[in-house]
Design a protein around this ligand. Structure first.
Ligand SMILES: [Zn+2]
Length: 226
């Protein structure tokens, strides 16, 4: 079955009919607009296609991943098509809750805006910032402090969950300190950084743009537990 509201097109099976009927399109649209504004993106990237997935095999088919892990829930694939485990079966195959689906969709939509901004505005895609901004726009709540320092401004490779939580806390701390101006500084940071830069260079760039070093900012804004 397909429901097309112009901006979002969702493909689903009968067992999720009720869910789709009650979907909060307004909140989804607000999330879309918030992501668009964050990246100061001109123009639309809609329609966003939402493909509800019903098995790990189907997830692998559309994502191109080799193996499905229970923490994998959704993926922003080509042609603005988000694949996501259907609410009716998400709790069976993943560790995620069916009630988080809107949050997850907004998270994935934010990845598209970041990705297109990399192409159009020369931003650099850094996983820490990518996941952090996506969680921030999706208003994912992490109301606890993190217990690790920032050893990287690119990508935590030891534990990828640090990109999600640490990235979120980082964006939150920046917005808390600078308000709307923080948004602009984040874009400036992503414009002036590159994957070739060393961590030291990125930490200096951070200090130059935010006028504080990252761990002090996190501590100041209550993001790191001491
Ligand atoms: Zn993500």
């Amino acid at each position: 079955m397909i429901k097309n509201n112009g901006k979002f097109i969702i493909k689903f099976e009968k067992e999720d009919e009720e869910f789709v009927k009650n979907l909060n399109w307004k909140r989804l649209d607000n999330g879309y607009n918030k992501a668009k504004e964050f990246f100061e993106y001109e123009g639309e990237i809609s329609p966003i296609r939402i493909n509800l997935i019903y098995s790990p095999e189907e997830y692998l088919f559309f994502s191109g991943y080799q193996k499905h892990e229970s923490w994998m829930r959704a993926c922003a694939t080509n042609n603005n098509t988000i694949i996501i485990f259907a609410p009716s079966i998400v709790e069976k195959y993943t560790i995620h809750k069916k009630d988080d689906i809107l949050e997850t969709l907004i998270h994935e939509i934010t990845h598209y805006f970041y990705g297109y901004s990399c192409m159009r505005k020369n931003l650099t895609k850094l996983p820490l910032w990518d996941e952090g901004i996506a969680n921030y726009i999706a208003e994912k709540k992490f109301d606890y402090e993190i217990d690790f320092e920032f050893s990287t401004l690119k990508n935590f490779t030891d534990h990828s969950s640090k990109n999600y939580i640490g990235g979120y806390k980082l964006i939150e701390a920046i917005i808390k300190k600078f308000g709307i101006e923080g948004n602009k500084r984040i874009i400036e940071f992503l414009k002036n950084s590159s994957l070739e830069m060393s961590e030291n260079e990125l930490f200096s760039l951070f200090k130059k743009i935010f006028e504080i070093d990252v761990n002090s900012l996190m501590e100041l804004k209550g993001g790191i537990k001491r």
